[in-house]
Design a protein around this ligand. Structure first.
Ligand SMILES: O=C(O)c1ccccc1NCC(=O)[C@H](O)[C@H](O)COP(=O)(O)O
Length: 267
């Protein structure tokens, strides 16, 4: 794994140990009704839009996009919603990505769309933290524990989005009860992007579904800069895309989101 990811995992562990489980509000009763992401994707497709999960991403390893206090996160999310995004992803990792749970809560209060918490979940106690409809679980990080985290996430009222990057990750994901699989085009060892990752893994998910009578929603994540990138992964079988950097780097988040959402007809 790349040094920056190892650093994130270490600091996340320390933060959890420092603040301890007492700092986490118990989520025994979900405080809000979960917003239905799967239905939102279907509605978006039916209306001829490209289902785009637009990401509020202040920074990434070695790159700073912009200062994003909660009020700015809310404004950005509103622009994304008005431009037709299907959901909002909010980075909550506070170190390298400079995200926060405050951003997540403010975004969810402001928009009506489903909200994904994008973070590095490594401890069950993190699933006590509220504020999102969906939660990201990374197969390559959770390994054999993935299934238990998926179950717990569901029990706590979240829709899990299980992220995979390789055939091994995918095998793990398909053993769980997740309905949503995110194919991350970014390699966690090199941080290099290759959209061929979606072209390799999405057809395997479709094949599995055909054989087993199951149905997974496929999200292609990372590295898309133009509608033609989106077209490529949608043609490979993705149902939706997750885009962060291209939106955060643009002069107008509204215009850039719209460009991706209006895209093209891919079917
Ligand atoms: O964004 C990174 O460089 C990164 C590096 C290491 C681990 C995770 C990383 N990003 C998290 C994400 O999954 C992305 O923010 C998300 O998929 C959007 O990707 P992009 O459109 O390329 O910003």
């Amino acid at each position: 794994m790349h040094d920056s990811i190892l650093h994130i995992l270490n600091t996340t562990k320390t933060r959890i140990q420092t603040f301890g489980p007492d700092a986490y509000k118990k989520r025994s009763q979900p405080q809000f009704r979960k917003r239905d992401f799967i239905a939102a994707v279907a509605a978006s497709q039916a209306e001829g839009r490209v289902p785009v999960i637009a990401e509020v991403k202040p920074a990434s390893p070695g790159k700073s996009f912009r200062e994003v206090p909660p009020s700015v996160a809310a404004d950005l999310a509103l622009e994304m919603e008005e431009a037709g995004a299907v959901a909002i992803s909010v980075l909550t990792e506070p170190g390298v990505f400079r995200g926060s749970l405050e951003n997540l809560k403010e975004v969810r209060k402001t928009v009506c769309l489903p909200v994904l918490r994008k973070d590095f979940i490594i401890d069950r106690v993190q699933l006590e933290e509220e504020g999102s409809d969906l939660v990201l679980l990374i197969a390559g990080i959770l390994g054999k524990e993935l299934g238990a985290f998926v179950e717990l996430a569901i029990e706590k009222g979240f829709e899990p989005l299980v992220e995979v990057h390789s055939r091994e990750d995918l095998e793990l994901a398909l053993e769980t009860d997740t309905k949503i699989i995110g194919v991350n085009n970014r390699n966690f060892e090199t941080l290099k992007i290759d959209l061929a990752t979606t072209e390799e893994l999405a057809p395997l998910i479709r094949e599995y579904d055909l054989e087993h009578g199951t149905s997974h929603l496929i999200i292609s994540e990372s590295g898309m800069n133009s509608p033609s990138d989106v077209r490529r992964v949608m043609l490979a079988g993705a149902d939706a895309v997750l885009i962060g950097s291209a939106l955060m780097e643009s002069d107008s988040v509204f215009d850039k989101t719209k460009e991706f959402v209006q895209g093209f007809c891919w079917r």
